[in-house]
Design a protein around this ligand. Structure first.
Ligand SMILES: Cc1cc2nc3c(=O)[nH]c(=O)nc-3n(C[C@H](O)[C@H](O)[C@H](O)COP(=O)(O)OP(=O)(O)OC[C@H]3O[C@@H](n4cnc5c(N)ncnc54)[C@H](O)[C@@H]3O)c2cc1C
Length: 448
């Protein structure tokens, strides 16, 4: 397709004024993209413009040059989702968590402003919702995961009631802090579902922030706080689980293990849990509830030839290369990589993927191996944080030469102030591939 066939599309940001593009002063921004319905070939097509899609787009856009890389992404806003813990906790504003997609889209890539609707990897083809058909030499699938609120009876309708919030969705995250502020005592419940989720620490971080808020505002002694989790442990990594279980005991936060939320009855303010070992249904009255929804692979992936048995993109856990389609890679929440799904993991994967896909482009074998590095800054109160970092084997893989299992103010500053900057100006620009280099440097090259 000749480049003259490309056109400039002007997109109104009026409904999204709070996240309007900063690169132009007017209420509009422009991006170069094929006309809707067009057929177009790219050397590299990236599906998804979240943390994983944009960071890889930046790296490969620089490598391959303008006109060779596209990102398929329908959203006008890009969110730094890790900040939603602090938004729900009343520490940051929702506006601070997002930017116009136009502002984070690398200048070296073409933005296809549509959703992918069909993967046809046998034909190296992606069909988009606006009719655009993209053929590619290489494909990176980075379309995140799907939130499944509707799998819980009574949701999402219950979000119309006061006292119900969820940090996992842009729609409901601000409801969390309103619920925390309006809570004047009674039962507060924080849930963890019976599926893999993104940021497995987030369901309890918001409980710690709420507990801290109520303590500061003299409400805590009127509150019964419980953490109802489908899991048999409070956290997947033994070192941190032991510390967190003790912390909960000390702060009188009751953990109910194997309790899976199945129904919310908002007019009665009741939440029904199934005990996963006994099958018993247990009803908890609540005055405030924070819900972490079940999550899973997007439907589109489930029905595509790229999926594994569950629906995640079926990639090799070390190289990130698809196990059946060698010109396809996947990274981030939608991949089958068996690690905790976080932006920190995306950063570490980004360096591996860049090296391995570059090798494939040069007709060489992929050499770099991902160790499953992921991280979870476990905010334990406003001003304190435990920085959990670990690998595929659930063994700590800590960056700093101190015991990161301790609650620290420095780690709070890292989470609240340093990491957002690192995300916007490091990861999304393709200049941050995780702390591996620094971890080794701080240990004088010894250790992992
Ligand atoms: C409350 C909360 C707290 C968190 N805390 C942390 C933390 O402290 N530390 C941490 O590292 N991580 C944290 N995370 C997790 C982190 O945000 C995610 O793991 C990360 O964003 C994953 O990046 P991704 O690119 O895979 O997915 P996403 O960032 O979700 O991006 C997916 C993109 O794909 C697009 N898309 C979807 N469908 C299609 C389609 N059909 N076609 C094209 N595009 C599509 C979406 O619009 C989206 O832009 C947290 C998340 C939440 C919600």
């Amino acid at each position: 397709m000749a480049s003259s066939a490309l056109r400039t599309v002007v997109v109104s940001t009026r409904p999204l004024l709070q996240f309007r593009a900063a690169t132009v002063g007017a209420l509009q921004f422009s991006t170069t993209t094929p006309a809707a319905g067009e057929k177009k070939h790219y050397k590299l097509c990236i599906v998804g413009g979240g943390a994983a899609g944009i960071s890889n787009g930046s790296k490969f856009g620089r490598k391959l040059g303008k006109g060779n890389v596209c990102i398929v992404e329908p959203s006008e806003v890009h969110y730094y989702q890790p900040m939603w813990t602090l938004v729900g906790g009343g520490v940051k504003s929702f506006t601070q968590s997002g930017k116009a997609m136009a502002d984070v889209m690398p200048l070296t890539v073409d933005w296809i402003k549509a959703g992918a609707e069909e993967f046809s990897p046998d034909n190296n083809l992606v069909r988009c919702s606006d009719g655009t058909e993209i053929t590619y030499d290489y494909l990176i699938v980075a379309m995140g995961l799907s939130l499944q609120y509707e799998k819980i009876k009574g949701l999402p309708e219950a979000f119309q009631y006061d006292g119900v919030g969820s940090n996992f969705s842009a729609k409901y995250v601000e409801k969390t802090f309103r619920a925390i502020q309006n809570f004047k005592g009674g039962n507060a419940i924080f849930t963890f579902p019976n599926t893999p989720i993104k940021c497995a620490g987030a369901p309890q971080k918001i409980m710690y922030l709420a507990d801290d808020f109520w303590t500061r505002n003299n409400v805590r002694d009127k509150a019964n706080i419980s953490y109802n989790t489908a899991l048999p442990v409070v956290f997947g990594v033994k070192k941190y689980a032991e510390i967190l279980a003790k912390l909960c005991e000390r702060r009188n936060l009751k953990i109910n293990y194997r309790h899976n939320l199945v129904e919310v009855i908002p007019d009665k303010k009741e939440a029904v849990f199934e005990h996963l070992d006994t099958g018993e249904k247990i009803t908890f009255p609540y005055d405030m509830i924070h819900i972490t929804p079940p999550m899973g692979p997007p439907e589109l992936l489930k029905k595509s030839p790229l999926a594994d048995a569950v629906g995640w993109v079926d990639v090799d856990k070390q190289t990130l290369q698809h196990v059946r389609y060698p010109n396809v890679f996947s990274t981030g929440d939608c991949s089958s990589l068996p690690t905790s799904k976080t932006a920190a993991a995306v950063a570490a994967q980004c360096g591996i993927l860049y090296n391995n896909l570059s090798a494939i482009m040069d007709s060489q074998e992929p050499q770099k191996k991902y160790d499953g590095y992921t991280s979870c800054p476990l905010v334990t109160r406003k001003g304190k944080c435990i920085l959990a970092e670990f690998d595929y084997d659930l063994q700590p893989l800590e960056t700093f030469p101190v015991d990161q299992g301790k609650e620290r103010r420095t780690m709070w500053h890292l989470k609240a102030n340093v990491m957002p900057e690192l995300y916007w100006t490091g990861l999304l620009k393709g200049r941050w591939s995780g702390p591996g280099f620094y971890r080794k440097a701080m240990r004088l090259g010894m250790g992992k």
